[in-house]
Design a protein around this ligand. Structure first.
Ligand SMILES: Nc1ncnc2c1ncn2[C@@H]1O[C@H](COP(=O)(O)OP(=O)(O)OP(=O)(O)O)[C@@H](O)[C@H]1O
Ligand SMILES: [Mg+2]
Length: 586
């Protein structure tokens, strides 16, 4: 129960609901236990009166109808009260569990968002989602039904056993004798049921992930004509699922008949022993009736104890998984709250960086200075470390060695969110949301008007493309933008970054999917749009249209060459080679 302790703070938060709920449970059970006493009295009364020979000759109803109606009214009244308080108990405790569920889910979600990339690489998305959905639901089962029925069972047992004891201690003992066995066997069977349900749950997740992967990779599956293989694989796992479900059905089919058999054993014993006691004059027929009703009452708690125990066990395991996540601390922290506009001076001072999970040394001793408004191109072979420079400037990771300064301050001392908000970043792999075009652009500036959106899509040479679409700016672009071409996605991503009005811009290979014409058009626009902005442009193609103040060539994480276009052409290194190749092909 160690892990569930974490939830105590929520119980404290909703303490009044919990207290009120407990009172409602108590009241409902109290009235429920009073009813059989009235039934018992009524029965004894009728028996007594009918054995009286004087009355036998008269019309029984005309003499006692009034009394019998009174008894019935009391019994109905008591059950009605029980029902009303049960309704109130659900309204308080189950509502409390839903409120706490909302709080926990929010807490986990906020925590997820604070965590850094290293965490996301170590954990699979499916697993993280399962904690947010399934694990939270299992904890909710404990908070709601678990707690509610737990309290109810405890109170009912106390009330019923006390009432039974008042009538006849001896009969109570016999009647309760089989119940522990019943409880144990139900616990045993329900843990088998739970284990099998878990296996089924896992199998469902597996089926889902197979289906998800096939559907998202449908182009590849079809083009490699692998439909049959995937179908066979899916078929096999579905078969597996069916077998596991049938296993569960078999246990379930046995469970209920067995339960009813065992429960009726108690009733049988009560009638047998109670009958004897009646003969000996120790109890009345009414008492016997009362007992049988009580035994009926107890059946339910006894069977539900096993169920409640397994709810608690599952919640404990789920909360353990949740706690593990909540314990992780982000390594990238925001040191201060200071929202200011940054001028955009960027300096790398002997920066080295090794990716923590792979151990790959991506940058070694990289240094450069960019004054506000300057433009720098970063070129170099694939895997040279270009994108890593962007990752570090955005503080997705912290440097292993050296320093990155913005406006002459170490970025680890700047407001993290303000730093990121001041950088317009167009990542190498475009990610778009499954929403409309205009809302994807607005992601960069929620307050943007349609004129403003139009201006920025125009700058990114995208407006004409958008007008061709059926609903222009309101066109839904499908999951991750599947309905757009590669180049359209890149341009949308550029518009989204620039509409932020950042003083610093990073374009990571953002024009790679464009034809030479479109590229020229955008570069022309970008040149004006980025006039006063500091820009890092990672590229494989060096265009004469963009005048760079500086160019660095990375090679295996090291700065191999640095200088202006003219200087580097003269030196005859990697840069001059690619320029030569491009001018030949162009
Ligand atoms: N998230 C990551 N985790 C671990 N290693 C990484 C990660 N990203 C990149 N690397 C490694 O760091 C090195 C530099 O990668 P980087 O992405 O910076 O190259 P790049 O110059 O941008 O290449 P490309 O031109 O292909 O985009 C590579 O060896 C790569 O394997
Ligand atoms: Mg890259």
């Amino acid at each position: 129960m160690k892990n569930l302790k974490y939830l105590n703070k929520y119980f404290w938060k909703y303490k009044w609901r919990l207290l009120l709920g407990t009172i409602f449970v108590g009241l409902s059970q109290f009235f429920m236990v009073l009813a059989p006493k009235e039934i018992s009295k009524a029965l004894d009364f009728i028996l007594e009166q009918t054995s009286d020979s004087a009355i036998q000759n008269q019309d029984f109803w005309s003499v006692h109808g009034q009394n019998i109606l009174r008894f019935s009214a009391i019994v109905i009244g008591l059950y009605l009260l029980m029902g009303i308080f049960m309704y109130c108990m659900r309204k308080t405790i189950i509502v409390m569990s839903r409120l706490i569920e909302y709080d926990i889910r929010k807490e986990i979600y906020i925590h997820y968002q604070r965590l850094d990339f290293v965490f996301y690489k170590r954990n699979r998305t499916g697993d993280l989602m399962a904690r947010l959905s399934e694990d939270v639901s299992k904890v909710r089962m404990y908070l709601g039904p678990g707690i509610m029925y737990g309290i109810r069972v405890a109170m009912l047992v106390i009330f019923v056993v006390t009432s039974m004891y008042q009538v006849s201690p001896k009969l109570t003992m016999y009647a309760l004798l089989p119940l522990p066995f019943l409880s144990l066997s139900i616990y045993y069977v329900s843990s088998i049921i739970n284990n099998r349900s878990d296996l089924i749950q896992q199998q469902v997740s597996k089926l889902n992930s197979i289906a998800q992967e096939v559907y998202s990779g449908i182009r590849i599956v079809k083009s490699y004509v692998k439909e049959k293989e995937f179908l066979d694989y899916f078929d096999e796992e579905s078969e597996n699922y069916k077998e596991k479900s049938l296993d569960l059905v078999r246990v379930n089919a046995l469970f209920f008949p067995l339960m009813i058999l065992l429960m009726n054993f108690s009733t049988l014993l009560t009638i047998y022993i109670g009958g004897k006691l009646y003969y000996q004059g120790e109890i009345s027929v009414g008492n016997l009736m009362e007992f049988i009703i009580y035994i009926g009452y107890l059946n339910w708690p006894i069977t539900s104890i096993g169920w409640i125990a397994s709810i608690i066990q599952q919640a404990e395991a789920s909360q353990n998984r949740i706690n593990q996540i909540l314990k992780v601390n982000p390594s990238i922290k925001n040191p201060i709250d200071n929202k200011i506009a940054l001028q955009g001076k960027i300096e790398f001072r002997n920066v080295s960086f090794t990716y923590p999970d792979t151990g790959i040394e991506a940058l070694r001793n990289v240094s450069f200075v960019l004054n506000p408004g300057e433009k720098m191109a970063i070129v170099g072979r694939t895997a040279a470390g270009k994108s890593t420079i962007a990752d570090l400037l955005l503080r997705f990771y912290d440097v292993s060695d050296g320093q990155i300064l913005v406006d002459d301050k170490d970025i680890r001392e700047l407001d993290l969110f303000n730093l990121r908000a001041n950088i317009g970043y167009v990542p190498q792999n475009v990610f778009l949301f499954s929403d409309t075009i205009s809302r994807n652009v607005k992601f960069g500036d929620e307050t943007a008007t349609s004129q403003k959106i139009r201006k920025y899509t125009d700058n990114a040479a995208l407006h004409d493309d958008i007008m061709q679409l059926p609903e222009s700016y309101d066109t839904m672009i499908g999951e991750r933008g599947v309905t757009l071409s590669g180049g359209q996605k890149q341009r949308l991503s550029i518009a989204r970054a620039l509409i932020k009005h950042p003083n610093m811009v990073i374009l990571d290979d953002s024009l790679s999917a464009l034809d030479a014409n479109t590229e020229h058009k955008i570069l022309g626009h970008l040149y004006t749009a980025m006039k006063d902005k500091t820009a890092l442009i990672i590229t494989h193609r060096v265009s004469s249209l963009m005048e760079y103040d500086k160019i660095i060539v990375l090679e295996n994480g090291l700065v191999a060459e640095t200088g202006t276009h003219d200087e580097l052409i003269g030196s005859g290194g990697y840069y001059s080679q690619i320029v030569k190749k491009q001018s030949i092909s162009g």
